[in-house]
Design a protein around this ligand. Structure first.
Ligand code: F6R
Length: 240
C-alpha cells in the first residue's frame, strides 16, 4: 500500500485526477471502476474541467459499474447508475456502449451478477479500481463480515450503510435495503487500486484499513494484500 496524504479535499481531487489522467493517456482503452458517493465528486469535476480544456479524453475508456440498489429503474433518482451518469459518464461523454453494467432493475439478480463477472473477465479485468471507503470499511456494498473471495452478488445493506446513505435520499426509509455489488474477487484482482478517503469522520476506519488486522470485519483491510494500491487521503482523514 502506498499512502499519499493531500493537504485538503481539492488537492486530493487534483491528485486523483492526475492518476486517472495518466492511466488514460497511456492506456486510452483502460477499464475503470468509478464509484458513486461523495468522495469522488471532486475528482469527477476535475476530470470534466480537463476534458473541457482538451486535456482529457475518455472516448475509449471502458467504465465498470461498482454497485447499485436492487429493484430501482435507471431513472429513479436513487439509482446509482443515474448518479454515475450525471456525475461521471455524461460530463466526460463516455458512450453508453462502453459501460459494463450491474443492473439493479433485473428480474434475475443472480444471473445479472454472473453475467457481470463474465463480462468483466472477458474485458480483461479491471485496470484501475477507484474506490471510496465506507464508514464500516465496506468497498462497494461488500459489507462486513466478508471474505476476500466473495463474488459479485445480491447483498442486504447493514444498518450502518443505510444510515450513511440516508443523507443522500432524505431519510432512512428512502434508502433501499438490498443491492448488487461487484464482488471482493473482482475488486481485489484489479491491476491498480486508488482508495480515496476524505474527512475526519473516516479517520478511525482508515487506520483500521491501513494498519489494522486483515480480516472480514473491515473489508477494505484486504487491500493490504492487493497489488499496486494507493491510499489517497486528505489530512482530515489521515490525521497527524
Ligand atoms: C459507492 C460505494 C460506496 C462508497 C462509500 C463511501 O458506489 O459503493 O462503497 O464508495 O460508502 O461513500 P462516500 O464517498 O459518500 O463517503
Amino acid at each position: 500500500m502506498h499512502p499519499i496524504i493531500a493537504e485538503d479535499y481539492d488537492t486530493l481531487s487534483r491528485i486523483a485526477a492526475d492518476i486517472v489522467s495518466d492511466l488514460v493517456r497511456t492506456h486510452p482503452r483502460a477499464s475503470l471502476i468509478a464509484p458513486t458517493g461523495e468522495t469522488p465528486l471532486g475528482l469527477y469535476r476535475a476530470l470534466a474541467a480537463r476534458r473541457r480544456r482538451g486535456e482529457f479524453d475518455a472516448s475509449y475508456l471502458r467504465v465498470v459499474q461498482l454497485d447499485d440498489y436492487l429493484g430501482l429503474d435507471d431513472d429513479d433518482p436513487r439509482s446509482l447508475y443515474r448518479w454515475m451518469k450525471t456525475a461521471f459518464l455524461d460530463p466526460l461523454s463516455v458512450p453508453d456502449a462502453h459501460v459494463i453494467r450491474l443492473r439493479g432493475n433485473t428480474p434475475d439478480p443472480d444471473a445479472a451478477c454472473r453475467a457481470y463477472e463474465a463480462t468483466v473477465r472477458a474485458a480483461g479485468g479491471i485496470d484501475l479500481a477507484v474506490l471510496g471507503l465506507g464508514p464500516n470499511g465496506h468497498l462497494g456494498f461488500n459489507e462486513p463480515p466478508i471474505g476476500p473471495d466473495a463474488p459479485t452478488r445480491r447483498v442486504a445493506l447493514t444498518p450502518a450503510s443505510v444510515e450513511s446513505n440516508a443523507r443522500y435520499w432524505g431519510g432512512r426509509d428512502r434508502v433501499p435495503t438490498a443491492a448488487l455489488t461487484a464482488g471482493m474477487d473482482v475488486l481485489l484482482a484489479a491491476r491498480q487500486t486508488l482508495l480515496v478517503v476524505s474527512g475526519a469522520h473516516k479517520r478511525a476506519i482508515l487506520h483500521r484499513t491501513v494498519e489494522g488486522p486483515i480480516g472480514p470485519d473491515v473489508p477494505a483491510s484486504y487491500l493490504q494484500q492487493a497489488n499496486n494500491v494507493t491510499i489517497l487521503a486528505d489530512k482530515a482523514a489521515w490525521g497527524e
